[in-house]
Design a protein around this ligand. Sequence first.
Ligand SMILES: NC(=O)C1=CN([C@@H]2O[C@H](COP(=O)(O)OP(=O)(O)OC[C@H]3O[C@@H](n4cnc5c(N)ncnc54)[C@H](OP(=O)(O)O)[C@@H]3O)[C@@H](O)[C@H]2O)C=CC1
Ligand SMILES: O=C([O-])CC(=O)C(=O)O
Length: 441
Amino acid sequence: MALTQLNSTCSKPQLHSSSQLSFLSRTRTRTLPRHYHSTFAPLHRTQHARISCSVAPNQVQVPAAQTQDPKGKPDCYGVFCLTYDLKAEEETKSWKKLINIAVSGAAGMISNHLLFKLASGEVFGPDQPIALKLLGSERSIQALEGVAMELEDSLFPLLREVVISIDPYEVFQDAEWALLIGAKPRGPGVERAALLDINGQIFAEQGKALNAVASRNAKVIVVGNPCNTNALICLKNAPNIPAKNFHALTRLDENRAKCQLALKAGVFYDKVSNMTIWGNHSTTQVPDFLNARIDGLPVKEVIKDNKWLEEEFTEKVQKRGGVLIQKWGRSSAASTSVSIVDAIRSLITPTPEGDWFSSGVYTNGNPYGIAEDIVFSMPCRSKANGDYELVNDVIFDDYLRQKLAKTEAELLAEKKCVAHLTGEGIAVCDLPGDTMLPGEM
Ligand SMILES: NC(=O)C1=CN([C@@H]2O[C@H](COP(=O)(O)OP(=O)(O)OC[C@H]3O[C@@H](n4cnc5c(N)ncnc54)[C@H](OP(=O)(O)O)[C@@H]3O)[C@@H](O)[C@H]2O)C=CC1
Ligand SMILES: O=C([O-])CC(=O)C(=O)O
């Protein structure tokens, strides 16, 4: 691969003084968002690892550190100023317009898998350059620099810009996708009501920031738990973005359910379709075996063991996260990141004819009689435009209706618990006693 030095249009970089990172790094002072209180003495509020150069196709740019021009004015800095020596037919002008993807909790375990999938092109496609805007905190800013360094060392051609910051207003600027993963984990002795409040405040703040600066048609996927109610809080604080654009991740539950049905039926999991997870991403979630299909047939025609379906299968899916934590010592991160990829791809590729996917979405206008104004996992179809429609052709029986009522009641109780964060008055928190995240046992 020949190296050619370019006259690029990159902005002049400054080297980050403490870490000596080789990518372009800037610092500037901003007012901290209110929830970032810390005993640290923050000096640098924002740090960027930014590809800010435009590079012509067929050429490779060398880091300015190695190639300062005779006047001593580097145009660009570090490995993010490099691009591959593309063949004429692959040149960058055939790429789509760059999209901004914001990720919170970017130094966490899920992100550590997800970011590399996003940067590789496997999510948005091999002709879609991306900018990754990574949200951390004072707690995690060093770790985030490490993440940026690993992204740098991965030489992803499609990764055109990386920004790390603790300021959601900066990270969400013009974001087309916001993947909200960061949330305080529920530790021993933490009441679910307290968790709803602590994490709810994070999502209220982030909703406000999205409202102010994100793309007006941004798609928001909330992963941080309790993800349904966090998504509700987020959308209530972002009235400029359609409520329909907010999702709570229940795709991991769908994938888990498909795997269990495939195992029981003795088929590979690609034979399982039409799998709905209804309701809350919690142990009240309802994996719907009435409408799911195996090899095109209703599940009940293939697995003629109703007791197993109603009891063992349902509980296995509801509690899969907790069993995994017991074995692995940490919560599902790799499979969660895979399911985030699945969730995004389901919105940007056409749903296969007759099939659907599950997502926790806003219930207003739903055809199933589920209470309005909550975020509830339901069956969706997409035409690949980032949008979705709810599926009409599903059936219900008494068992399914009864299970739906339980998960709906839980979400309505959670909603009352966070009324102070959704602009709906004073919170009253009376949660059902058995409410748990899938990862809790
Ligand atoms: N919906 C789903 O299917 C699933 C959801 N989850 C949820 O996703 C979230 C992230 O999981 P994972 O990446 O494994 O978790 P990690 O603990 O690895 O990372 C979580 C991130 O959350 C941020 N965070 C925000 N507030 C706090 C706080 N008060 N205390 C500690 N950390 C905080 C931290 O980043 P920073 O310091 O930068 O803010 C941290 O990096 C969790 O809420 C988890 O329950 C997990 C699996 C499946
Ligand atoms: O409870 C957790 O953090 C993990 C979780 O959501 C899951 O595994 O589904």
